[in-house]
Design a protein around this ligand. Structure first.
Ligand SMILES: Cc1ncc(COP(=O)(O)O)c(C=O)c1O
Length: 361
């Protein structure tokens, strides 16, 4: 039986995407490849109606972290002073990337369960000490949706530039592209877009690419990728099959009504899971109003270890996800991204009842 992936990426694929990935062999120096590359770039800009005169979608080979690293290393000038907002694993990762690349930064640190204190952020930005802010949008550590719109608004107010980790929100949550402060977002094919892993992207302002920044990396320097892609070329071998899959996935997203429909759909599925968990006495880690549509975290049920829960659900055909680091023994996570049918949802409800209620008896 094909397992249904309820981990936060990679996701269960549609039949269309699975077929597209293996449809034909393609050399990345042939015109057919560049037609595909152009279509994927166009499709990515189209998701949030980004004007190509203003925005570039730059494709790179790699995971979501590669996109984060490419964004930070390529777009922060040598004299930047970066404020990194941390309230989970991924915010902390942004600080690690800044440190590795010698980018001067300061962390605004919160606990992994905490919301961002917007007045405190405003106070720091008002000092005029910072040129840039980097933040996670959907903090997948707990499922918290950080307030992208409000952060972008504060950055605009204090004339600070914003870099956003949208790896687990692009394609399903609102992203503040209209705010002048937003310079770039990092994303990946294999989460809310429903493509396969290995292809990542940074959507950034054309003006951000035109800064004269000394390359900090060879293979992740965005201006080189962008310049080559604009000329129907590519600097290095791209994940060709990832592009084949993403082209199909983007077509399906558009046919299904775009990111707002996907958000509605994800919310519906997440609410169904939360309701089943509530009936089983399993408490949500964060209130629904603070959670993304993509993923929710739950307290581990009494008397059940994560491994017991995971293995029991896996035997029923579902792969869930553990908490990270210090949360590993306390919570579990269920993401409802990807191709999940009504039938899968009904089976999941039965499986949760079987594994959780079964353990309590
Ligand atoms: C918000 C966020 N940022 C970054 C990443 C890292 O992505 P990857 O594991 O593809 O490098 C993830 C992965 O789940 C994520 O959820």
């Amino acid at each position: 039986m094909r397992p249904i992936l309820l981990n936060p990426g990679p996701v269960s694929l549609s039949e269309g995407v699975r077929a597209a990935v293996a449809r034909f062999d393609l050399c990345h120096r042939e015109p057919e490849y560049f037609d595909l590359q152009d279509a994927v770039i166009h499709g990515l800009l189209n998701v949030y109606a980004c004007d190509p005169a203003e925005w570039a979608a730059v494709l790179i080979g790699g995971s979501g972290t590669s996109a984060l690293e490419a964004m930070m290393a390529s777009l922060l000038p040598a004299d930047a002073h970066l404020l990194v907002i941390e309230n989970g694993v991924y915010g902390e990762r942004l600080s690690r990337i800044a440190n590795i690349h010698g980018i001067r930064s300061q962390a605004l640190q919160y606990g992994w369960n905490d919301a961002i204190d917007l007045p405190a952020l405003a106070g720091l930005l008002a000092t005029g000490d910072f040129t840039h802010v980097a933040a996670g949008h959907h903090e997948t550590t707990t499922g918290r949706l950080n307030p992208g719109e409000e952060i972008a608004g504060l950055c605009a107010k204090y004339k600070v530039r914003l870099l956003l980790d949208s790896v687990s929100s692009f394609g399903a949550e609102a992203i503040p592209f209209d705010h002048e402060s937003l310079q770039a977002i990092a994303a990946t094919a294999n989460k809310c877009l429903h493509g396969i892993p290995g292809l990542a992207m940074v959507l950034c302002r054309q003006s951000a690419l035109q800064q004269d920044i000394e390359p900090r990396t060879l293979s992740l320097h965005l201006p080189v990728w962008a310049e080559q892609q604009a000329k129907r070329s590519t600097p290095f071998t791209p994940p060709v099959n990832g592009l084949l899959g993403l082209a199909q996935a983007l077509t399906e997203l558009e046919k299904q009504g775009g990111w707002k429909s996907r958000r509605m759909h994800y919310r519906k599925l997440a609410t169904r899971v939360a309701e089943t968990c509530r009936q089983l006495g399993v408490r949500e880690w964060l209130p629904a109003k603070d959670s993304s549509c993509v993923l929710r975290s739950y307290h581990l049920p009494a008397g059940l270890t994560y491994n017991q829960l995971h293995d029991g659900l896996k035997r029923q055909g579902f792969v869930i996800y553990a908490g990270q680091g210090k949360l590993a023994a306390q919570l579990f996570r269920i993401s409802t991204m990807g191709e999940i049918s009504d039938y899968d949802m009904a089976r999941l409800e039965q499986a949760l009842k079987l594994v959780i209620a079964g353990a309590e008896n």
